[in-house]
Design a protein around this ligand. Structure first.
Ligand code: ADP
Ligand code: AMP
Length: 216
């Protein structure tokens, strides 16, 4: 399956990706995770992306598209992909149409997770992530089994540097102005399906599962 997960920051894309991957084994391509890995390893890409990410701004299209192009050309994407956080702009979506055609894996489904600002603020401010494996938790809504420790790999959980209220406001603006137009872009192609992200984590997944079953 060739799937895109869309939605504002904090809507639950990473959380639902974990569940989707248990359900269908396809590579998970999160541009946010790829940038964070590059920052951790202090690569030239990481050094370039860091300034934008900390401020909550989008990384420039040419950099992001180059990264995804390289990733989609890897062998494992011959079986499909789950894109999480890409595309985020119209030029990225247009580039993806070309890249997907090149690998004969056209986008089949765009899942748009909806949530309002009050909920996003609550989710982002309580989010804790694993710096090792990227799993995400919440101080109220998704507690790890041991306080402050990742269930999957035992690492100490941290708060993301861009999960401040200042950065979140910039990210929400970027979402409204640059990413939200993609809903119409994919609706015009007959690919966009929305789910109510305000439900509980298992209930959101239930709705996503129904959409996946229609494509499978
Ligand atoms: P995104 O990848 O869209 O930025 P995440 O998946 O990291 O969002 O979720 C943001 C935060 O909200 C995390 O702390 C996560 O545990 C929590 N969360 C995700 N989905 C839900 C939900 N349906 N209900 C309550 N909390 C949620
Ligand atoms: P995320 O983990 O998806 O919340 O992404 C974290 C940050 O990485 C974003 O706020 C952006 O700065 C950057 N980023 C991730 N994906 C993209 C993208 N497709 N285009 C531009 N910037 C991105």
């Amino acid at each position: 399956m060739n799937i895109i997960l869309m939605g504002p920051p904090g809507a639950g894309k990473g959380t639902q990706s974990e569940k989707i991957l248990e359900y269908c084994s396809i590579p998970h391509i999160s541009t946010g995770d790829m940038f964070r890995e590059a920052i951790k390893n202090k690569t030239p890409l990481g050094l370039e992306a860091q300034n934008y990410i900390t401020k909550g701004l989008l990384v420039p299209d040419e950099v992001t598209i180059g990264l995804v192009k390289e990733r989609l050309s890897k062998d494992d994407c011959k079986n499909g992909y789950l894109l999480d956080g890409f595309p985020r702009t119209i030029p990225q979506a247009e580039a993806l149409q070309v890249l997907a055609k090149e690998i004969s894996r056209p986008v089949e489904l765009v899942i748009n997770i909806e949530a309002d600002k009050d909920e996003l603020v609550k989710r982002i401010s309580g989010r804790r992530v694993c710096p090792q494996c990227g799993n995400s938790y919440h101080l109220q809504f998704k507690l790890p089994k041991t306080d402050g420790i990742c269930d999957a790999c035992g690492s100490e959980l941290i708060q993301r540097k861009d999960d401040t209220i200042e950065s979140l406001n910039v990210r929400l603006d970027a979402y409204e102005n640059q990413t939200k137009p993609l809903i119409d872009f994919y609706a015009n192609l007959g690919l966009c399906k929305s789910v109510n992200g305000l439900k509980s984590i298992p209930d959101v997944f239930n709705d996503i599962q129904k959409l996946l079953d229609e494509v499978k």
